[in-house]
Design a protein around this ligand. Sequence first.
Ligand code: FAD
Length: 348
Amino acid sequence: MSTEAIVIGAGIGGLSAARALKRRGWTVTVLEQGAALPTTGTMLGMWPAAIKALDGIGIDAQARRADGWTTISSAAGSGLWTPGQKLVTVPGGMEMNLVARPALLRALADGVDISFNSRVDGPAKFPGAALVVGADGINSGSRRQLFGEQFAARSLESVAWRGTVRGAVSEYGETWAPGALFGITPAGPDATNWYACINADHTFAEPYLPRLEALFGSWKGPVREVMDRIQEGAILHHQLFETPTLPSFVRGNTALIGDAAHAMAPFLGRGACEALVDGVALGRSLAGTATLDAGLAAYDKERRRRTQRLVRASRLMGKVAMMRRGARLRDAAVGGAGRLMGLRTKRL
Ligand SMILES: Cc1cc2nc3c(=O)[nH]c(=O)nc-3n(C[C@H](O)[C@H](O)[C@H](O)COP(=O)(O)OP(=O)(O)OC[C@H]3O[C@@H](n4cnc5c(N)ncnc54)[C@H](O)[C@@H]3O)c2cc1C
């Protein structure tokens, strides 16, 4: 069979697929609408499955020592709060792998043929290609072309602000309140990631800081520490979306991967990791079968159910974190479960 592949989109999913396919002998061209890879972006936590996927495409422990990659231990005192109470304290010392999005993209793009400024509307453009990979993100034209407009991303009626501030803070974790949450994670030895979400069906105009102050200014502990360091110009603001449940990640000779296949709410921090694992799984599936159809079916079988469960779990996590009715019961249950597991609680 021909081994020429077109990948639409040079995000984490598209580049990991390109790399995985190239290592299996495919000739791959990546078409990216942007003029270059991004040079700024926040830190991403890499779950063990993503680290294993990186190993499988030659971005090994040695490569992960480059600038932008870091491994840190969770600080003692990390946990889960409501604005007035610490529900659970998790033990320190858990290892986490973090990477800045630009550093991850740089590593994935190394040796990959990318054509920038190349916007394409979907796989229909490439009737002659053996394989097309739709890796064009949350608003994927590939998904809509293959499955119809009813599979356009749908709003989760929540918005997020996020960014990175300088320095470490005293404690990490999430604070849950009715209709809102604020999360804080390490972003390396001397930086801190933060994200704040509320239920809302529209985004808000700049300046963002006065609104964040009105929403979260009275929250105590590490939220206050972070709020004092946020700079207006460094805030990103998005509406949150997810992909409706697709009947397949494959149609004809096209596979959808990453957010094009299964965009999810950010509450489990899994989207980038799953995009990476998709790309590697696609390369492996196509190498392990006699025909393209069998390889694509194997990819769909390995990845669809699992990632669709994560889409549901991420949505549920956001709902539980920001629930308006029943929050007291939830807090009592979470605190009680924490105490049973030997995780401390305290009033702030
Ligand atoms: C607020 C927020 C916080 C998040 N935090 C985390 C986190 O901490 N950890 C985590 O794992 N994930 C996180 N995610 C999710 C993560 O960012 C995504 O799941 C991940 O980037 C998906 O990668 P992708 O390659 O599928 O899509 P994208 O990164 O969106 O890449 C798609 C690429 O396709 C290109 N493209 C689009 N259309 C076309 C076209 N027509 N022609 C050519 N090119 C095109 C785009 O320019 C882009 O480069 C977060 C998401 C949000 C919204």
